[in-house]
Design a protein around this ligand. Structure first.
Ligand SMILES: Cc1cc2nc3c(=O)[nH]c(=O)nc-3n(C[C@H](O)[C@H](O)[C@H](O)COP(=O)(O)OP(=O)(O)OC[C@H]3O[C@@H](n4cnc5c(N)ncnc54)[C@H](O)[C@@H]3O)c2cc1C
Length: 448
């Protein structure tokens, strides 16, 4: 039973179902229409691009060109004018890819080992024989194991701001509205791209502490780095000094800083795991933005768009903080404390919250996480980043014991692995978890 049919749920299902010599039966519980959507791939806007090149978005590590081949063979690459594995495909295409990925195993026309139940799961209970998942309809589904793949659970219902994931049409933004966007990351870029595509005429101001944009992708060939080369167990300050030194060294060798970042990435979870707890807290406060803008880069097409809309005056980036917001004739007067000093006052029609998806787990609106925490089946990690999981992705219960029946995959396990929000990391986790569940099944059979 996989709860959540976004990218993580689908990748987990594909890795379980493709295990050689295994006949796992998998049920995905997902309320939205269709799987493979989730927050990232629900968009229908072809201007919303993947922020990872096609050659790195394959569902399978052992077949890196699997996604690119699908794009080429399906004709999508030609239609979207994509010129090779370094291109950045529209995210809407990745949704189709994820659906195609598991089509073979679906009941109708496939081998029937994959079932999709269009419901919300509100509770997961461990039973002597396995797990029982209570669905919003009251139906109880049972299985041997459960995987929680609920991704970026969001409940910003009470937020005074517009959410970042709805289109300007859905939000009813008028073409001449003045818009303030909180955040200058990838979601801000998505929103500006949609407004620009619609011919927006109003002023757009994007505000964040440092007004830093994500860096831009460029073709690179990653450096080889062994774990022995990395200062594990040190605090963020020492680690970031080492990272800068390594980048300077690489540049003297004629290499690019991206090659160092890409070489460090596969070790990110090991680095995070070895970092002392107070170091992680300091990293979140002081190092996270710098890490994210170098790690989560934007496609070159988006960098050109940012240059264009800033040059045209459509978009202005402001470094500072929103300190006050008052209603004024159906509009909003906001006061901004500038990072460089002084204040600025703006009157805007809309405020869009693009500050990202990091939310305390219990804020999950479906109640599932709340019930897992209340029953003690799960506990929150000390930094409030997500659910506490063991190295093998088993949920850790209130007493600190790893479950043998309930596991988790994807961003919901961020507290343990840190870099587990993007497909290249999630597919590796899904492969390891599938192998682990095969071992667990063997052990259970041997005990039976
Ligand atoms: C806007 C955006 C763009 C991104 N672009 C990229 C990219 O280009 N490349 C990349 O590698 N990564 C990208 N990412 C990172 C992204 O995190 C992952 O790629 C991936 O989409 C995470 O998927 P997920 O299934 O874990 O989470 P989500 O996408 O959040 O999906 C979770 C799913 O769980 C379901 N769910 C939640 N609660 C319940 C419940 N109680 N019962 C049943 N179902 C439930 C939801 O309906 C949802 O479908 C992007 C992220 C965002 C937000």
């Amino acid at each position: 039973m996989i709860v959540g049919g976004g990218a993580s749920g689908v990748l987990a299902a594909a890795h379980l179902l493709r295990l050689p010599g295994r006949r796992f039966e998998v049920t995905i519980v997902e309320p939205s229409e269709g799987i493979g959507r989730g927050l990232a791939y629900s968009t229908d806007d072809p201007g919303h691009l993947l922020n990872t090149r096609a050659g790195n978005m394959s569902a399978f590590e052992d077949d890196p060109q699997h996604f690119w081949r699908w794009l080429a063979e399906s004709g999508h690459a030609a239609r979207a004018r994509l010129e090779g594995p370094f291109s950045f495909a529209p995210r809407v295409l990745y949704r189709s890819y994820l659906c195609d990925l598991v089509r073979y195993w679906l009941a109708d026309g496939g081998d029937g080992r994959l079932r999709i139940v269009r419901e919300t799961c509100t509770r997961i209970t461990e039973t002597p024989r396995g797990v029982a998942a209570t669905l919003s309809s009251g139906i109880v589904e049972t299985a041997d194991r459960a995987i929680v793949a609920i991704g970026h659970a969001l409940t910003a219902k009470h937020s005074p701001y517009d959410n970042a994931w709805s289109s300007p049409d859905e939000l009813g933004i008028a073409d001449d509205d003045d818009v303030l966007i909180l955040g200058t990351g990838l979601s801000m870029i998505d929103n500006v791209a949609s407004l620009h595509r619609r011919g927006h005429r109003g002023r757009i101001v994007a505000l964040s502490r440092r007004a830093l944009l994500p860096r831009v992708h460029a073709p690179t060939s990653p450096l080889q780095l062994d774990t022995a080369d990395i200062p594990l167990g040190t605090g963020p300050a020492y680690f970031l000094r080492w990272l800068r030194r390594t980048i300077r060294w690489a540049q003297t060798e004629g290499r690019d800083w991206r090659e160092v970042m890409d070489a460090v990435r596969p070790h990110a979870s090991t680095i995070w795991d070895a970092m002392p707890a107070d170091g992680r807290a300091r990293f979140l406060r002081h190092g996270r933005t710098l890490w994210d803008i170098h790690r989560h880069r934007m496609p070159p097409e988006m960098a050109s768009l940012m240059d264009e809309v800033r040059a045209s005056g459509l978009l202005t980036l402001v470094a500072g903080r929103l300190v006050e917001r008052t209603g004024e004739n159906g509009r909003c007067r906001v006061a901004i404390r500038r990072r460089a000093g002084g204040h600025e006052s703006l009157v805007v029609d809309r405020i869009i919250d693009c500050t990202g998806v990091l939310r305390r787990p219990e804020a999950d609106g479906t109640g599932l996480v709340g019930s897992l925490l209340a029953s003690g089946t799960a506990r929150e990690d000390t930094l409030g980043l997500g659910l506490d999981v063991a190295a093998d992705c088993a949920l850790v219960d209130r007493a600190g014991l790893p479950s043998r029946r309930v596991f988790a995959v994807g961003p919901v396990t961020k507290a343990r692995f840190w870099e587990i929000t993007a497909v290249p990391d999630i597919r590796a986790q899904a492969r390891r978890l599938a192998t682990r569940l095969a071992d667990v099944a063997d052990a259970a059979q041997a005990e039976a």
